[in-house]
Ligand binder design. Structure first.
Ligand code: SF4
Length: 288
């Protein structure tokens, strides 16, 4: 059973802290909870450990839709832009850090769409759209238009080249569907990045990166659950079923050195950014 609620929010632009501070001045979450919480990415999802947000509810079992989010954005974005500028930061928004903007209920509520429409009138300076979902296609035109008004990139989460890890449920979209999505986004002229976050054990790294490079994306972000989950040793994720599923596929994949090994291969095909640096848009290519 999914508990679904419509709620009114008082604020929608959250000033970033911790891991995200290096990435953007603000984060924006149109929903609380995630309808993909019971899929593969929900197993190790960093948000499920946020007790303040879940308030004891099972991850994937609740969604709250912030129905006034677009109005609150319009009413507060100027003040938040001034706050960022006073600190010498671009007014940059990570959309979203604690939910999926194009989760299944977006088709019903269209909260994400309404915020993007509000941004057409009042764009931030930078906008990072982070998604696992092919549902973003519904807003492709809107996003392509916004990309002319601000520095915009779409980051698609695609953890690896396997559709299933042993014992885990299926992902929100297959690997093939997400590769097609990358292609569609770049064809629409949208700057697009693939995020291996958290990195899963790869079957054939060279073949995978070749496929990703052929989609026309700008870069790759490679992020391991160690460091990536907000703890220095991955202790948050170690409490979930993800590490054992990864280890069953490839024992070495649960160490941070696996990320660096994979990044070395990836750099033969595309510029690569590691963990927070990568999410912030800093990539490096292979030295000639
Ligand atoms: S789609 Fe994103 S927010 Fe939702 S469960 Fe997966 S990782 Fe977590």
């Amino acid at each position: 059973m999914m508990e679904v609620k419509e709620v009114l929010c008082r604020s929608i632009l959250t000033r970033t802290s911790g891991y995200l501070k290096a990435v953007s001045s603000h984060s924006l979450n149109p929903y609380i909870g995630c309808g993909f919480g019971r899929s593969a990415c929900g197993v190790g999802c960093y948000v499920r450990a946020n007790h303040w947000l879940t308030r004891g509810r099972p991850w994937g079992g609740f969604v709250e839709a912030k129905t006034n989010a677009a109005d609150v954005y319009t009413a507060t974005c100027d003040a938040e832009q001034r706050w960022a500028e006073k600190r010498g930061l671009p007014f940059s928004i990570f959309f979203s850090s604690a939910t999926e903007p194009w989760q299944p209920l977006e088709k019903k509520f269209r909260i994400t769409r309404s915020i993007l429409q509000a941004m057409e009138q009042k764009p931030p300076q930078e906008l990072i759209l982070q998604t696992h979902s092919t549902g973003i296609r519904d807003d492709m035109k809107l996003i392509a238009g916004l990309a002319c008004a601000c520095d915009l990139r779409v980051q698609v989460s695609i953890e690896g080249d396997r559709d299933r890890l042993p014992g885990l449920p299926p992902p929100p979209a297959t690997v093939a569907d997400r590769i097609q999505l990358l292609r569609d986004l770049t064809d629409a002229g949208i700057l697009t990045v693939a995020c291996l976050s958290p990195l899963y054990p790869l079957r054939d790294a060279d073949a995978f990166f070749k496929r990703l490079a052929a989609t026309g994306i700008r870069a790759l972000v490679i992020d391991h659950f160690i460091l990536g989950d907000g703890t220095h040793d991955g202790s948050r994720t170690l409490k979930t079923g993800l590490p054992s599923a990864m280890a069953e596929a490839l024992a070495a994949s649960t160490t941070l050195s696996y990320r660096d090994h994979v990044a070395e291969i990836a750099r033969k095909y595309l510029p690569v950014g590691l963990s927070a640096e990568g999410f912030a848009g800093h990539y490096s290519a292979q030295h000639p």
